[in-house]
Design a protein around this ligand. Structure first.
Ligand code: HPA
Length: 391
């Protein structure tokens, strides 16, 4: 590794990968460089055109608001062959009716931008849990969040119970293109799983507290592990479209946190530690799954930004300088909340495009979805194997 050529300040960051016996040297700030390949690439950019440029008891119910008719959550074509229990039982007590505290928290119509401090999560999660438990008894071991264009893994879930987001208390329908927007419970590779097909983003106008509710719900339903996936832009110039990157660490550049406001000590601590937030043992498990399936996996740091606009080329260079290898508009808040509620976290970014400025072409959501469709099956293979091999 070339650490001398730039006159940059050298420091050793011992925190980035504590599982490594070796510390990871960085050179700052003379360019976004950690090795010669990246330095050369960035030099090229500089001289080119880019440079200018409560809790509820377990109550049965549908989870709808008082006065609303129960909706049939279980007929969703394309989600496997069979479905879980059908209509809510006639004697159903609606969870929000039975819990005035939770009822008072959920506006009608739902305002997804309304701040949800941590202290409100227990009552909301109780209502969500009750709505799920009215439909299925499955206790998941693993939760999986499927990002843009990666929803195909949901087709592999056996005996799925599919619940559209909008059928769950306090959840709006998903709006992001490429996001189906439903919660699935079923079996994958011999394990009980809960899956989020699509997710909530802050750029849709959702409060961070809503964005992270799915992972908090995973924990509440029994999961111990969460696998977060996303589509991302390549910030490491070597990470072209189709690269799969196991997330080693993240940079939360959203300026948001789901932990703002009064805490819910029964869920997690006020001051959440994020050392090893991306669990080294699970990362190794993902890498082993990749080897077993003959799928190449890189490792790197994911930078989470608010979006929804893509980055400028200069922002991509900045992210490289900060130590990022990929950039996207999700995942980091979910990781924070998952650690807060005690989930072990791992994840994979599917690089759908080179970061802005690298190719000289404009970025489009269509190319993101197309690359997701192309590489999604490879990622699905890795996750299936990872789940199968979990102890
Ligand atoms: N930037 C941010 N988010 C993304 C990108 C990108 O280049 N590609 C896919 N999601």
């Amino acid at each position: 590794m070339d650490t001398s050529a730039h006159g940059g300040r050298k420091f050793v960051d011992k925190r980035v990968d504590p599982s490594d016996a070796r510390a990871v040297p960085y050179v700052l700030p003379e360019g976004a460089v950690r090795d010669r390949r990246n330095r050369d690439h960035i030099k090229g950019l500089r001289s080119g055109p880019v440079a200018s440029g409560a809790l509820l008891p377990a109550i049965v119910g549908s989870g709808r608001l008082a006065g609303e008719r129960p909706t049939d959550c279980d007929r969703h074509p394309g989600v496997g062959t069979s479905v879980g229990p059908t209509k809510p039982r006639a004697s159903a007590v609606f969870p929000l009716d039975a819990n005035p505290e939770a009822r008072a928290l959920v506006s009608d119509p739902i305002d997804p931008s309304r701040p949800i401090p941590p202290a409100e999560q227990p009552a909301r999660l109780a209502a969500l849990e009750a709505a799920v438990r009215a439909r299925t008894d499955i206790v998941p071991e693993v939760g999986i969040v499927l990002g843009s264009g990666l929803g195909g893994l949901a087709d592999d879930v056996e005996v799925p119970m599919a619940i559209p987001f909008a059928d769950l208390p306090g959840w709006p329908a998903a709006t992001a293109p490429g996001h189906v927007g439903r919660l699935l419970l079923g079996r994958l590779a011999g394990k009980n799983v809960v899956m989020l097909q699509g997710r909530f983003h802050v750029y849709e106008g959702n409060d961070p507290g809503l964005v992270v509710q799915p992972v908090l719900l995973f924990r509440r339903l029994g999961a111990r592990i969460v696998v977060l996936t996303n589509a991302a832009g390549g910030v490491d110039p070597a990470f072209g479209p189709g690269t799969l990157m196991v997330i080693r660490d993240h940079l939360n550049l959203t300026g948001r946190t789901p932990l703002l406001g009064p805490n819910a000590d029964e869920i997690g601590p006020r001051f959440q530690d994020l050392t090893d937030a991306w669990n080294p043992r699970l990362r190794d498990g993902l890498l082993a799954a990749g080897r077993a399936e003959g799928v190449d996996l890189e490792q790197g740091v994911y930078a989470g930004l608010l979006g929804p606009q893509y980055e400028t080329p200069s922002e991509v260079l900045m992210l490289r300088t900060l130590g990022a290898d990929a950039v996207g508009m999700s995942t980091v808040l979910e990781c924070i909340a998952a650690r807060w509620c005690g989930l072990d976290v791992c994840g994979v970014s599917l690089v759908t495009n080179a970061g802005a400025g690298y190719s000289g072409e404009p970025l489009t959501h269509e190319e993101v979805l197309a690359a997701g469709a192309e590489a999604g099956p490879r990622l699905a293979k890795v996750i299936r194997r990872f789940v199968a091999d979990l102890a």
